[in-house]
Design a protein around this ligand. Sequence first.
Ligand SMILES: Nc1nc2c(ncn2[C@@H]2O[C@H](COP(=O)(O)OP(=O)(O)OP(=O)(O)O)[C@@H](O)[C@H]2O)c(=O)[nH]1
Length: 377
Amino acid sequence: MKAQNSSRSIIMRFYHGVISSGCRDYNDEETNRKIVVVNLFALVGMSITLSLGIKALFNADYPLGSVLLGSAFLFAVCKGLLHHSKLRYSHIITPVLLVICLMSLMIFLIIGGGVANTGPLWIFVLPPVAMFFAGVVFGVVTMVVFTLICCVIMFYPGEALLMTSYPHEFKVRLLLSFATVTFLSAFYEHSRQTSFRIIRDISEKFEKQALNDPLTDLPNRRGVQQFIDFEIGRAKRQSEELSIILCDIDRFKQVNDKYGHDAGDIALQHVASLFKSSIRHQDAVSRWGGEEFLFVLPGTKESDAEHLADKIRQSLADTPVQLKNEQLTITASFGVAQLNLSVGLDKALSLSDKALYRAKENGRNQVVTASSLTPKA
Ligand SMILES: Nc1nc2c(ncn2[C@@H]2O[C@H](COP(=O)(O)OP(=O)(O)OP(=O)(O)O)[C@@H](O)[C@H]2O)c(=O)[nH]1
């Protein structure tokens, strides 16, 4: 078990230190994924070019050996840039550098022929790499430029730009198959990006649905919980007050019974939009339950929250809902409580609930504070 944990921690350390180095929290998911691929690519590229370079030097092929070792060095520079750089755009600079490095290496391999004239076969690595790093449009543009350079080098009269010689059929087929791989890579990258966008949009939509109430477009219980947790943390750090208001529409069952469920829904939307427009941008109002709403007011003590609740109560009573054929006046009752930060939300919720209950008992359309429920010593 211990050995398993330590090997897992070695793997994790390797992953964070080598594979995902350069990933930043402020980057989006796609950018961080690209950084992981750049890391992997630089690592693999460096290992291959380093070993092939050393082999070429042993075979006394000094031009090939030095170009391969130069490439290994550039791959290492990319890796180092990602690992150590505080450069904000290192995730853009390094892929560009990688593609340029790779293209130069390929051009050299075409000119020199590499081992037994097999060097040009490596050019098929380029299209998928360029598409992934540069996107479809820039990837295709880069590959067209590369193909044109290859054409000039290979078909220059008298093969004057080549250090080796290829059969005509080989050159034609090489370029045709390269164009095919470029097209397929562009198509694949386009499909990948489209699928990624669709999945991201769907997941954002589901996340919004899970945290929002579709009828009123207010955060639901889960949605406001995140806000409350964040604000409690901040209130604790800054020693600030934090108050809540629990609000329940009065005799809402009668609205549904008399005017129908659809009219009830319209009334809820009306209430929600009035509540939303009554608070400051740092406050939140949520649909806590059926006809219950919860306000969260950072930096607000109970007396100020009471004042706000009364203003909202009055404004609701003064603004009737416009139904199809008539206007309907809605009122609500409010329970206000200030959070005791060392005790937490549940206690404040239960206090505001008691205050709300008292407001209903006292005849509705009123505000009651939690502190007014406890007899003063
Ligand atoms: N139209 C509509 N009605 C809802 C919705 N959610 C809850 N309700 C209704 O709200 C009503 C709440 O009724 P009660 O809990 O009895 O309370 P009330 O009639 O408001 O009475 P008091 O709270 O005591 O003033 C119920 O009839 C629910 O069906 C909704 O999304 N749309």
